[in-house]
Design a protein around this ligand. Structure first.
Ligand code: SF4
Ligand code: SF4
Length: 421
């Protein structure tokens, strides 16, 4: 005999998990957006409370108002809810219904990071210059609503895939097998140094790195309300990656929000009904997670050099990294590096939340959300790199404080002597 109501089974059904809410307001206390703007009534209200309105057939799935669009999707609410209410996921699905396929041009543009990278990187010096021209930014803000001061990525003329085709690192003995590297849009066109550091470290630890066919994970489209486009991108990725997952080849990525999409969003938010959804999810690893697992098996090389970055560094674990529910493996890896002293930031969010802080009506909210983090960056001292796993968070940290921001893998690559920081 089984219970009539098994809360763990119910929480698998995102919308129905609203019924588990006991109105304790723990999520409201954890939400970084609610305290800085009156435009967002908080996760308990827009999540489980208004879900009951949305599930009323007479209302036709509509939200009581549009404030759910002010949820940044950071996921803190889902992480802290003691009753398993999938608040962020409820909000994300409500956003799909809110837009109902009528996606503003601004949201479509922000969802196309892969297309931007493909077009922009071939004209990198010119594209970077043009994208930062003040008059152009003002026009873009007025016409489509991307804030004139929002941090933009920097196109790299040589994509990571082009570099890899010529400089693929050879696995160092003892050879342990293959790894499929998911570089994502940022890792291919903007943050190529992070991808290079990742594959150099994997090869140094005995892995033959292969680059599967891949496209954008779909998260930028999903978070901008374009669910159909996100689903088609997600399905194409699953088609490409399934052969590796079925062969037991680990799929490793350094873009923590993209790896989280495979592990969670494809099921919980996009509700993909794809035969390889779960086998891919089970074989996807964040790069720090993968390296820590190697270390626990006694297979990680620990020939790190002593480093000196001028004192204690600050590590900010981004929301999407925390949502992996794997602790902070980067901190465990840092403990292996002689001379490295890292302090964990206690700020919850930098505010950017993917493309949220790019939007003209949300830019100030994003900057207010990130203020506690920016203050900690300034306290720890200028001139030192701030460590953070997510590319958009790194752009936001640099934009707000002027500090250089690097992926944990870049610290490891420097300590191995494989790359300069
Ligand atoms: S933390 Fe969970 S149970 Fe508490 S109010 Fe928020 S959704 Fe409801
Ligand atoms: S996802 Fe983040 S911004 Fe949205 S309700 Fe939850 S805690 Fe607040």
């Amino acid at each position: 005999m089984t219970n009539l109501i098994n809360p763990f089974e119910i929480s698998e059904q995102v919308e129905f998990s609203a019924d588990l809410c006991v109105k304790c307001n723990i999520c409201t206390a954890a939400c970084p957006v609610a305290p800085v703007t009156e435009l967002f009534p908080g996760p308990k209200v827009v999540g489980p409370q208004w879900q009951r309105f949305r599930m009323n057939e007479e209302r036709g799935d509509e939200s009581p108002d549009k404030s759910v669009d002010y949820c940044s999707g950071c996921g803190m609410c889902t992480m802290v809810c003691p009753h398993g209410v999938k608040v962020m996921e409820i909000n994300a699905r409500a956003r799909e219904k809110l837009y109902d396929g009528k996606i503003p041009l601004r949201n479509r543009a922000l969802g196309r990071s892969e297309l931007m990278g493909k077009l922009g990187h071939k004209f990198a010096p010119l594209a970077n210059w043009g994208a930062n021209l003040r008059p152009a930014r003002i026009v873009v803000e007025k016409v489509i609503g991307i804030h004139r001061d929002a941090p933009l990525p920097n196109f790299k003329f040589q994509s990571f895939r082009e570099w890899f085709a010529r400089h693929k690192p050879q696995a160092t003995a003892p050879v342990r097998g293959k790894v499929a590297y998911f570089h994502a849009c940022a890792g291919n066109y903007f943050e190529t140094a992070v991808s290079k550091a990742a594959v150099l470290i994997l090869a140094h630890n005995g892995y033959d790195v292969v680059l599967p066919e891949q496209n954008c994970c779909g998260l930028p489209m999903q978070s901008n309300g374009e669910f159909d486009a996100a689903r088609s991108h997600a399905c194409r990725n699953l088609d490409h990656l399934a052969q590796y997952a079925r062969a037991g080849i680990p799929i490793v990525g350094a873009s923590t929000s993209c790896t989280l999409s495979f592990k969670s969003d494809y099921r919980e938010i996009l509700q993909l009904d794809h035969p390889d959804r779960d086998v891919v999810a089970e074989n996807v690893y964040d790069i720090s997670e993968f390296l820590l697992l190697l270390h626990r098996r006694g297979e990680l090389k620990t020939d790190f050099k002593r480093v000196d970055f001028g004192g204690t560094l600050l590590y900010h674990a981004p929301c999407q990294q925390k949502a992996h529910n794997m602790g902070q493996p980067a901190l465990d890896l840092f403990d292996l590096i002689p001379g490295l002293d890292v302090r964990l930031s206690d700020a919850s969010c930098c505010g950017i939340a993917g493309t949220y802080g790019f939007k003209v009506e949300k830019y100030d909210i994003a900057m207010a959300v990130g203020k506690p983090l920016f203050d900690q960056v300034r306290d720890i001292g200028a001139g030192k790199p701030v460590i953070c796993d997510s590319e958009t968070c790194r752009w936001q940290i640099t934009h707000a404080t002027g500090a250089k921001s690097v992926h944990p893998i870049s610290i490891l690559a420097a300590a191995y002597g494989l790359m300069e920081l």
